[in-house]
Ligand binder design. Structure first.
Ligand code: PMV
Length: 336
């Protein structure tokens, strides 16, 4: 028997991925950029056991058995086996996989990113896969390819039809911007009504704004935010981050029938952040929302106490909970 346990953190996109040009290979319409959280905070933990005595492959997610026949799992397994170290018996054994998240699953908090990054990384270790595995993680969930690295990460759109050039690379490492923090405001932890896969499919079919964004907007934003990250220019970084989140949710509204991931509390958070930035006379905080109502705030460490106090004052109740996840980031490659 062979056993391995890995942990992988979530990543929070500042330039959003929305829309696939190839669904099966999970090839995106545009580049996306994110930061990977510190693994102590929001993460998936996956244990993989391989044994010649196991009769079939099995997987449990958060204690519940799921089907191993899931095509995305199968695609990852196929690619991992193709890349396995030669002369290793373990590839021919069945596996049992247990994975759990320490935060709400499928609530627009990048749970599938952490989950698939962890799954692919763990099995890559088991099979002795060498070299880049981000394109394999991409086959599980697009955004998972960005959680393979710590720090600031870019997922390249790629040009080829086979997806060989659609992988993730690090823009800047874990220690590049040590003052940067992310605050996650859990507005609602229930599962989202429309999965990102269905949402993307619907936006591609109906939103002209999505096409406009891909053709005319994202390229400049990607260049601008890479510059801002490299120069640690918080103001420029924050402005691009908020504009990109707003445009993503505008695309959701432009989709027919519309997708509404943000809710009234999310909108109040947006107003609050703009009012706070105005009061402070400069941009101190940036918000971003994925496919759910929960806010992720990017800010510098020195501003955390005041912003946490403000959030707790404005949203005091249990249902409008604030969780503070401090610290970016860590490379899951350093995990065992
Ligand atoms: O990787 P998926 O299919 O869960 O899609 C993620 C899409 C967003 O979270 C909304 C944006 C992103 O780039 O992470």
């Amino acid at each position: 028997m062979s056993v391995i346990t890995c942990v992988a953190p979530v990543n929070i996109a500042v330039i959003k991925y929305w829309g696939k040009r190839n669904e099966e290979l999970i090839l995106p319409l545009n580049d996306s950029i994110s930061a990977t959280l510190n693994v102590e905070y929001m993460r998936a933990k996956t244990t993989v056991m391989a044994s010649p005595t196991f009769k079939e492959n099995k997987i449990w997610l958060n204690g519940k058995e799921e089907s191993f026949e899931n095509p995305r799992l199968q695609h990852c397994m196929k690619e991992l086996k193709q890349r396995a170290r030669k002369n290793t018996d373990v590839v021919n054994w069945n596996i049992h996989v247990c994975s759990e998240n320490n935060f709400p699953t499928a609530a627009g908090l990048a749970s599938s990113a952490a989950g698939y990054a962890c799954f692919v990384y763990a099995i890559a270790q088991l099979y002795g896969v060498e070299g880049d595995i981000t394109a394999i993680a991409r086959r599980g969930s697009g955004s998972a390819c960005r959680s393979i690295y710590g720090g600031w990460v870019q997922w390249h759109v790629g040009k080829s039809d086979d997806g060989s050039d659609s992988f993730a690379t690090q823009i800047a490492g874990v220690s590049h911007w040590p003052e940067m923090r992310i605050l996650t405001l859990v507005v609602n932890s229930s599962r989202k009504k429309c999965s990102s896969t269905d949402g993307m499919r619907r936006s591609i079919a109906t939103s002209s704004l999505l096409k406009y964004r891909v053709d005319h907007v994202v390229k400049d934003r990607v260049e601008g935010i890479i510059r801002a990250i490299k120069e640690k220019d918080f103001k420029a970084f924050a402005e691009i981050t908020m504009k990109d989140s707003n445009q993503f949710h505008a695309i959701c509204s432009d989709t027919y029938p519309p997708l509404s991931y943000v809710n009234e509390v999310s909108r109040r958070i947006i107003e609050l952040i703009h009012a706070y930035n105005e009061l402070r006379g400069t941009t101190k905080v940036a918000y971003t929302f994925d496919a759910g109502p929960n806010a992720c705030l990017y800010l510098l460490e020195e501003d955390v106490p005041e912003v946490v106090a403000l959030i707790q004052y404005v949203f005091p109740s249990d249902t409008e909970r604030v969780e503070y996840f401090k610290g970016l980031p860590i490379n899951p490659g350093s995990l065992s």
